[in-house]
Design a protein around this ligand. Structure first.
Ligand SMILES: Nc1nc2c(c(=O)[nH]1)N[C@H]1C(S)=C(S)[C@@H](COP(=O)(O)OP(=O)(O)OC[C@H]3O[C@@H](n4cnc5c(N)ncnc54)[C@H](O)[C@@H]3O)O[C@H]1N2
Ligand code: MOO
Length: 350
């Protein structure tokens, strides 16, 4: 729709000192389009039907009418204003950084995408500050999400067709201040290290061969998806002393991370938390405020990240382990407050 009612022919609007002049589509042949024009066919298509800069020809007129255009804009841009495409592009340039790229503007929007599989690093305070400015918008994924190559991290958009340049300069100032303070762009991606992991599977029913191990394949799949691997898997019965001994064995092997599976809840045979503590681990948290994965334990054993993984990690595709593992692979040191913050929005299944 191009606004309520049919505006009078050649109506003009002064926006700050820029000029928007309306021209009836029937009289627009030969005219250069001032912005992309969108078509939406629900369930079939949403996108650019005509590109900014297109010269209108007679055959375009019915197509323009089909998408609700009775009038088109001619823009005379003042020095102090920016076209929506230029505003969106300048914002994307200012905000994006490590391991990202962006394409050309589409319909006043520029999408910043990841170049790698990695951890999305989005400065929430910057996103909020920019969205308080008005007339421009920045939408992003949530911080610390796993992101794939080509996946969108953030998109910038101008709301009106013409934006005062000072708004975009403010975005540039906010982004630059963040870079100076944190040494990283507000929208960036951190790569994952490739880690060699020691996997210790507890459970007498698995150790004795009563049932087949399902933790190994599940954990291998989660690690391999992020570029790491299980270097060695060992099996132990529900015996605290044996678990401690095997944890120390893994430590001596110099693995980058140790995972101990099963025996994490409240039964008498659940020896894993006690064994991890007895091994000498500095426990950051036993218990995480997320479901599934509430019985997860995380700590550091002489600087090596160590997890106690509850049964649900073997069963559910997205658990507290899937939140914390990417952080560790990206080189973060996980502290208690990181665990505390998992509770809000942390109910995925129960
Ligand atoms: N009364 C309570 N019950 C449960 C609680 C609780 O707090 N109070 N917590 C629940 C949560 S949360 C989880 S998760 C589960 C499982 O916790 P565990 O880590 O202690 O799991 P296990 O008891 O060792 O085993 C549970 C289940 O999974 C099978 N299993 C374990 N390891 C393997 C393996 N490597 N391969 C195949 N199958 C395995 C095991 O045989 C059991 O069937 O506890 C809730 N209950
Ligand atoms: O830890 Mo259970 O680990 O929430 O399903």
């Amino acid at each position: 729709m191009s606004g309520a009612g049919v505006p009078p022919r050649n109506e003009s609007t002064v926006l700050s000192s820029s000029l928007l002049r309306e021209v009836k589509v029937e009289e627009a042949v030969g005219m250069v389009l001032a912005h992309d024009l969108t078509q939406i066919l629900p369930g079939q298509f949403k996108g650019r039907l005509f590109r900014k800069g297109h010269v209108v020809v007679t055959e375009d007129i019915p197509k323009l009418k089909d998408i609700g255009k009775e009038n088109l804009y001619v823009i005379e841009l003042a020095d102090t204003d920016l076209h929506e495409d230029d505003a969106a592009l300048r914002m994307a340039v200012a905000l994006s950084g490590e391991n990202t790229n962006y394409g050309e503007p589409h319909e006043g929007k520029v999408t910043v995408k990841s170049e790698i599989t990695g951890l999305a690093c989005i400065a929430r305070e910057v996103v909020d500050e920019i969205n308080r400015l008005g007339e421009i918008a920045l939408a992003s994924v949530t911080n610390h999400r796993v992101i794939q190559p080509g996946e969108g991290l953030a998109a910038t958009r101008a709301i009106p067709l013409i934006v005062p340049e000072h708004k975009v300069q403010e975005v540039e100032r906010i982004a630059e201040a963040y870079r100076r303070k944190h040494g990283i762009a507000p929208v960036s991606v951190r790569p994952f290290r490739s880690m060699k992991v020691g996997l210790l599977t507890t459970g007498s029913e698995v150790f004795t061969g009563r049932i087949a191990d399902k933790f190994g394949p599940a954990v291998r799949g989660k690690l391999e998806a992020l570029g790491s691997e299980v270097a060695e898997q060992r099996f132990v019965p529900d015996d605290r002393h044996t678990i401690v001994k095997e944890i120390h064995y893994f430590l001596q092997q110099g693995y980058d991370m140790i995972l101990v599976t099963g025996g994490m809840s409240v039964d008498p045979d659940d020896r894993t938390p006690g064994a991890i503590a007895e091994a000498g681990t500095d426990i950051v948290s036993y218990g995480t405020p997320m479901l599934p994965g509430s019985m997860l334990l995380f700590g550091y054993l002489r600087g090596v990240p160590i997890f106690g993984l509850p049964g649900c990690v073997m069963h559910d595709p997205y658990t507290s382990f899937d939140v914390l593992l990417p952080r560790i692979l990206a080189g973060d040191t996980v502290v208690k407050e990181d665990i505390v913050e998992m509770g809000y929005g942390g109910l995925h299944r129960c």
